[in-house]
Design a binder for this molecule. Structure first.
Ligand code: VGL
Ligand code: ZN
Length: 208
């Protein structure tokens, strides 16, 4: 059975937001069309407390896009974004969230960032998504959303590691792109066994 996983289409990741993904909002018509094609929809929401350790503002002397060592590895520091309850953390107003069966929030522990829909950045603390998908019998996961080179990539890689079939819908995702990171992300996902499909090639009648 198939499910569509829509990653982080929130105001702060769209043009004008705190951690803008270039043209991030341009995928909305495509994503809303996909929502109509799938029977099961999961949406993720980046959901940080104020003072989150992934914010450059929590590290004196550091600027956004610098990196620091965290107990779980290297962490890119971001502008403050998707603060719980803020307008920036809200879904883009054009995203059709009504059809979602599950909204999964991530990144809500101050000390640890969470890119993937499945695990926090220590790669072991679960978000609960795997349990949900297993329990309901979903094996074929289609991914879209923001940002290709961070949360989408890690979600796809973890899905493959967990044994799902994972397919990226290539015209329904946009990346931040730091030093060629979008191209590198595509390469990593390909190496790991991800499928790639254009939204036009998704045939509703073939989805189970
Ligand atoms: C994301 C950086 C920080 C993402 C979230 O959704 O890709 N990127 N938090
Ligand atoms: Zn974040």
């Amino acid at each position: 059975m198939s499910t569509l996983v829509i990653v982080d289409i929130q105001n702060d990741f769209c043009p004008g937001g705190a951690l803008e993904v270039p043209e991030g909002d341009q995928i909305l018509p495509t994503v809303n069309h996909l929502i109509n094609q799938f029977d099961n929809i999961v949406i993720t929401q980046d959901w940080h407390p104020e003072g989150h350790k992934s914010f450059a503002s929590s590290h004196p002397g550091k600027s956004p896009y610098d990196t620091v060592k965290m107990p779980y590895g290297t962490q890119v520091l971001w502008p403050d974004h998707c603060v719980q309850g803020s307008e920036g953390a809200d879904f883009h107003p054009e995203l059709n969230t009504r059809a979602a069966q599950l909204i999964i929030r991530k990144g809500y522990r101050t000390e640890i960032d969470s890119y993937s829909a499945f695990f926090e950045n220590d790669h072991s603390t679960s978000t609960g998504l795997h349990g949900y998908l297993k329990d309901l019998g979903f094996h074929d996961l289609y991914f879209c959303g923001l940002a290709t080179d961070f949360c989408v990539k890690w979600s796809v890689l973890d899905a493959l590691q967990l044994g799902y079939n994972a397919t990226l819908i290539t015209d329904a995702t946009k990346g931040i792109d730091m030093d060629g990171s979008v191209e590198a992300a595509f390469e990593e996902m390909k190496e790991a066994g991800a499928g790639f499909v254009s939204s036009e090639d998704i045939n509703e009648s073939e989805l189970t």
